[in-house]
Design a protein around this ligand. Structure first.
Ligand code: SDX
Length: 428
């Protein structure tokens, strides 16, 4: 007999089915609650609400597990590339040799943008925030691909592979063009003979740094950074992508909204906030101890710490912390901000305030130090998060597009004024 949950409302019992996930998660299926009882649920911030069934990513926040299509993030970080992981997240399996070559070639051949596209950049002030530019440009690039942005779902699904490859490729080009725009440098054409991150770094720094060639260590560290950001179930920006997609909007419009949602300092903007926090701690001569006290008293927030789901160590933070140390050792340079980060981590993990609230380092705590070591400016850090998260947004758009037809439209409890009437301006 299938499991049920009983809710008693005003003396009447309502029985609802319990849904079981493949990893043992349980949910009460309340889709009929309002029709049965006139009641809705209230869950500020959706901390207890499942918005969908999904096969893409599983997180167990209590023990710090993250898997993409069932494969642990640690195994992917150790053995896969960003593009391998992107394919897995989007298409549901690791690509075979031929599949990978086709996918990689489709991305390599989609890196350039139309000739007149670069004019869009001249409409932005040079100090425009890169996330504002990226969000706008993702819709702008969609204007050159009518079949992929028709809002005719059947047609878009027919061309989905092309749209996915185009976005994964061009998000990188747009990011590099934004960097060059901000520095008043000429744009650099992509090269089809370079790998995914090598091409990005080429478009960013070619000609700016004498005989620039990214080292293998830098390229590997950036590829790992992107891999670790590929997807993370129903986070703020991915839920936004699904929300926008549920209205029938095309993939480009949906990921553009994901960029806007990611921008905030509590979400993807945290990697920028962490490095600015570490820099200000360093400049003040504090080793982090004073800052910890400020965070505990609510006068400051320890950016890069805490998570709605992880109540244990974010496995991505563990990997990124090690990768930051390895990169700096390989590059032969140290960063005092890494020492401060390590001190903050140690102090926080031993402090009752953080232990009681189960606050651990999250993906943003060490990630910015890798980008900083590679020479990517802090204003671009959240754009780098968006490049990494593109496959996850694409996969969630596709999953919704192929499994659900209901528009996402939450209810609310109205708490405003009741029964008012219009008052002519002479009587106000
Ligand atoms: C990402 O959802 C995802 O999966 C996101 C992400 C992804 O891959 O997509 O993992 C990426 O966004 C990671 C999170 C990056 N943000 C930060 O690092 C910003 C700092 N963290 C916090 O603002 C906070 O922890 C959140 C936003 C991440 C989570 O917020 P919640 O779940 O709403 O928790 P809360 O704000 O209700 O905090 C619970 C308690 C509060 O104290 P009390 O009111 O109980 O006394 O913990 C405290 C908070 O004050 N707290 C912190 C803290 N985070 C929470 N205190 C100090 N420093 C912090 N960082």
């Amino acid at each position: 007999m299938s499991e049920t949950a009983t809710i008693t409302i005003e003396g009447k019992e309502f029985v609802y089915p319990v849904i079981h996930g493949t990893e043992g998660e349980k949910a009460i299926d309340l889709r009929k609650l309002r029709g049965d009882s006139g009641y809705i649920t209230y869950d500020d911030g959706y901390g207890n609400t499942g918005s969908c069934l999904s096969e893409i990513t599983f997180i167990n926040g209590e023990v710090g597990i993250l898997r993409h299509r069932g494969i642990p993030i640690e195994e992917l970080a150790e053995n896969a590339s960003f593009l391998n992981t992107a394919f897995l997240v989007i298409y549901g399996h690791l690509p075979g040799k031929e599949e990978y070559e086709t996918f990689s070639n489709s991305i390599g051949s989609n890196a350039s943008v139309p000739g007149d596209f670069s004019h869009h950049f001249s409409g932005f002030p040079n100090d425009a925030h890169p996330m504002a530019v990226l969000s706008a440009m993702l819709n702008a690039i969609g204007c050159y691909h009518g079949k992929l942005t028709s809002n005719n779902r059947e047609q878009e699904l027919e061309h989905f592979y092309k749209a996915a490859s185009l976005l994964i490729s061009k998000v990188r080009t747009i990011a590099a063009m934004t960097y060059r725009m901000r520095k008043d440098l000429p744009f650099v054409e992509p090269r089809e003979d370079l790998g995914y991150v090598e091409n990005f770094l080429h478009m960013m720094f070619h000609g700016e740094k004498e005989d620039y060639q990214p080292s293998a260590e830098e390229a590997h560290a950036l590829d790992l950074f992107l891999l670790l950001h590929a997807d993370h179930e129903q986070n703020c920006s991915t839920s936004t992508v699904r929300m926008v997609s549920s209205g029938g909007a095309n993939l480009f419009a949906s990921v553009s909204s994901g960029v806007s949602a990611l921008w905030g300092p509590l979400h993807g903007g945290a990697n920028t906030a962490v490095v600015k926090m570490l820099q200000s701690i360093h400049d003040s001569g504090d080793d982090g101890s004073q800052f910890i006290e400020a965070a505990k008293s609510g006068k400051a927030r320890l950016m890069g710490f805490g998570h709605r789901v992880y109540k244990n160590y974010d496995p991505r933070a563990k990997i990124l912390g090690g990768a930051a140390e390895k990169l700096m050792a390989n590059m032969g340079h140290s960063d005092p901000l890494l020492d401060i980060a390590r001190h903050l981590e140690k102090a926080a993990l031993e402090d009752e305030y953080f232990i009681q609230r189960k606050l651990y380092p999250n993906v943003d705590f060490y990630s910015g130090l890798i980008l900083k070591a590679i020479g990517i400016p802090v204003e671009m850090f959240t754009v780098m998060f968006a490049i990494g998260r593109m496959p996850g947004w694409i996969a969630n758009w596709h999953e919704l597009a192929t499994t659900s037809s209901r528009i996402h439209r939450p209810r609310q409890i109205y708490t405003g004024k009741t029964d008012q009437h219009y008052v002519p301006v002479k009587d106000r």
